[in-house]
Design a protein around this ligand. Structure first.
Ligand SMILES: C[S@@+](CC[C@H](N)C(=O)[O-])C[C@H]1O[C@@H](n2cnc3c(N)ncnc32)[C@H](O)[C@@H]1O
Length: 215
């Protein structure tokens, strides 16, 4: 069958227009914050791959009474920036900064969070690590198991991702690529999350909500 981009009209419509660029990021992150449940003193939020804290800063501005925040980020300078930002918005909260990576068998929090957030980490890092799609999935599966294990039973997982373009191709033995929605939601279910739901989508930008089952 002819690929869609071989059609001249499809090509003219889609060329360089499909990807929701960086100008969409504020809306993307805001929609994740709007998907969160009410957060207060009893809540412990873990932001994984916190970077300089863009996402968690938005969440803590919205919920200034959050009791505990844990930041997980392998880059020390970014982690310190994120810690400083969150401290500014939550002067009374306990803030824990962990210089750690997902998917590398490092020591990470276990059964602690009421909410885990993750913003633009799983797909880009899977892709940046290189190797085959099979290698990428091995890392992603380990990371998802760790993220689920951070949550208390019944806790919520909120993930802002930028997915594969519709024309992305590649089998397991081919170079790693981002996943499409059905592939990612299948991975979340296989990692033991339930209630997996897309709560926002604009082209490649999505917010997925899921839950560690209540025991
Ligand atoms: C695109 S940035 C997103 C940062 C942040 N979540 C935000 O809201 O802007 C991806 C982040 O993932 C971090 N990172 C890289 N490898 C990681 C890993 N294995 N586990 C967790 N985070 C990782 C990078 O250092 C970077 O800060």
């Amino acid at each position: 069958m002819e690929q869609p981009w071989e059609h001249p009209d499809w090509y003219d419509l889609h060329d360089t227009t499909w990807t929701a660029g960086p100008e969409r990021e504020p809306e993307h992150y805001r929609e994740l914050v709007l998907a969160l449940p009410p957060l207060d003193r009893q809540d412990h939020v873990i932001d994984a791959g916190a970077g300089t804290g863009k996402l968690i800063a938005l969440a803590t501005r919205g919920y200034p009474r959050i009791g505990t925040v844990t930041l997980v980020e392998p880059n020390r300078a970014k982690l310190e920036r994120a810690r400083a930002r969150v401290s500014e918005y939550l002067p009374h909260a306990e803030i824990i900064a962990l210089e750690r990576s997902l998917g590398e068998a490092q020591s990470l929090p276990q059964t602690q969070a009421t909410v885990v957030t993750i913003g633009s980490v799983l797909m880009p890092i899977m892709e940046l690590r290189g190797g085959s799609l099979a290698n990428g999935l091995t890392w992603l599966r380990a990371a998802l198991r760790e993220l689920r294990a951070m949550l208390l039973p019944g806790g919520g997982f909120y993930d802002a991702e930028t997915l594969a373009a519709p024309w992305a191709r590649g089998r397991l033995d081919e170079p790693v690529r981002r996943l499409c929605m059905s592939e990612l939601t299948t991975e979340l279910a296989a990692a033991g999350f339930d209630s997996v739901e897309c709560v926002y989508r604009f082209r490649d930008r999505v917010v997925i909500k899921a839950r560690r089952p209540a025991e």
